[in-house]
Design a protein around this ligand. Structure first.
Ligand SMILES: Cc1ncc(COP(=O)(O)O)c(C=O)c1O
Length: 445
């Protein structure tokens, strides 16, 4: 296969005629609950470019929602998957095991924060990893209550819907939800009532008092938090909040679970986002960027917690599939060999000043935030009002799509434009994407 030229190319209207045809077939064949952000149908993808069936080449600021961090069809992943698929495709690790699973667990135990003894277990999806982290924490503590946060997103299965904060579209009509889940305020600096400087301490005080009054510390099995919230709008907790929570968990015998499914694997400029705050979680959930696009997820954590579960208590038919494990090993090798954490920091150094300049120009940009290659702008009514502006967010994003830039939105109020370019994207494409974003603001803001 020839390499895809790293160039934007808009040959037809976006979406073009062949994509439109396929989309009609999708509408006739696929359940309407499965949504589509941008109905271009993909032919190939690599580096920072997605090629559609009409020959358009779009700049990728989404990475399939933070998955293809090492680039789509990254060479090491392609080679490793091809080799593995020719050897064997499945045995079920719980029936007859294989080295790839063990090697991925070893790598996870090494690259995740903390020098303590660790164990890992592999699963298929992020939601499944989160479910298992809660199973493990409950088993270890003998307690049942779980504390999650406003704006949290942890998945779409029954337990993870209960942990996820936002009703539409994730929960509406899908209840009843799993029990013994409690929600507390998030340390959200931009929207903290008394201002960002008070945010960490006041949010922590609220956490402590609400847990005490409504649950009782001794009933809490786990506190689960995304170190930068993803679907909730790339909310970076006020500095110090994470560390206060982690310390409280240790003091109260509670398992602190960092959900690094979106933030992990170099996305934020470190291997994991917790590292930036110097926080070592008891358990960490990973997925998305772990395997270059193949479905794999994991729970990694302190040996005494992970090994509290009886034999046979964890697993699943496909968890740690050998092809996905081969892809994960190749992905991790790529991250090391190409210093992709450094690449994420470079992306931040290019993007953040330009996003900040845009915010200086347009008062509808209320906040610029994020870390590494996980950046966002929050759009508001402007003229001093922080009222969420979902309509403008949709309009700017749609304009970017028309011009050949894949962008994603997020946020509890649907008013956040989020940027997740592959970490291997070049500066030219990055800057061209930002030019498009600027012109979309010029047209719509
Ligand atoms: C932080 C976080 N947790 C869990 C999930 C669920 O992962 P999956 O969609 O693989 O089930 C996601 C997906 O967006 C996520 O961002």
């Amino acid at each position: 296969m020839t390499e895809i030229p790293q160039q934007r190319l808009v040959r037809t209207q976006i979406p073009g005629p062949r994509s439109n045809e396929l989309h009609q077939r999708k509408l006739a064949a696929v359940a309407s609950g499965v949504g589509t952000t941008l109905p271009i149908y993909v032919q190939r993808a690599g580096g920072g470019i997605v090629v559609d069936v009409d020959g358009n080449q779009l700049i990728d600021f989404g990475s399939g929602i933070a998955v293809t961090s090492i680039g789509n069809s990254a060479p090491r992943v392609v080679a490793a998957v091809q080799a593995q698929v020719a050897e064997f495709t499945h045995t079920c690790f719980m029936v007859t095991p294989y080295e790839g699973y063990v090697a991925v667990a070893e790598q996870l135990n090494e690259v995740t924060p903390g020098a303590h003894a660790k164990r890992s277990a592999l699963f298929n999806s992020g939601a499944e990893a989160v479910e298992n982290s809660i199973k493990i924490a409950r088993h270890y503590t003998g307690r049942t209550a779980v504390v999650a946060f406003d704006h949290a997103y942890h998945g779409r299965t029954n337990l993870t819907m209960a942990l996820t904060a936002k009703n539409m579209p994730y929960k509406q009509g899908f209840g009843p939800f799993a029990g013994d889940i409690y929600r507390v305020p998030m340390a959200y600096p931009y929207r903290w009532p008394t201002g960002p400087d008070n945010c960490a301490d006041e949010a922590f005080e609220l956490f402590v008092s609400q847990v005490h009054a409504q649950i009782g510390e001794s009933n809490v099995a786990a506190v689960i938090l995304e170190p930068i919230q993803g679907e909730g709008g790339f909310i970076v907790p006020a500095p110090g909040f994470l560390a206060q929570l982690a310390d409280w968990c240790t003091a109260n015998g509670v398992v602190f679970v960092a959900d690094e499914i979106q933030t992990g694997f170099c996305r934020t400029g470190d291997w994991f986002a917790c590292e930036h705050e110097g926080v070592v979680p008891d358990l960490i959930t990973t997925a998305k960027g772990i395997a270059g696009g193949l479905p794999l997820a994991a729970v990694t954590g302190r040996t005494e917690i992970m090994d509290a579960v009886h034999g046979g208590g964890l697993g699943g038919t496909y968890g740690g599939n050998p092809v996905a494990c081969a892809a994960a090993l190749a992905s991790i090798e790529t991250m090391r060999a190409e210093d992709l954490a450094g690449a994420a920091r470079r992306i931040e150094s290019v993007m953040k000043p330009r996003l900040q300049a845009l915010a200086d120009k347009y008062d509808v940009i209320g906040d610029v935030r994020g870390r590494g290659a996980m950046l966002a702008v929050e759009l508001v009514a402007g003229s001093g009002s922080s009222e969420p502006n979902a309509a403008l967010t949709g309009a700017v994003s749609a304009e970017c799509h028309r011009q050949g830039l894949i962008t994603l939105t997020a946020g509890t109020y649907g008013n956040v434009l989020r940027f997740l370019p592959p970490l291997v994207i070049g500066d030219d494409l990055l800057n061209e994407g930002l030019d498009i974003l600027e012109s979309a603001f010029a047209d719509h803001a």
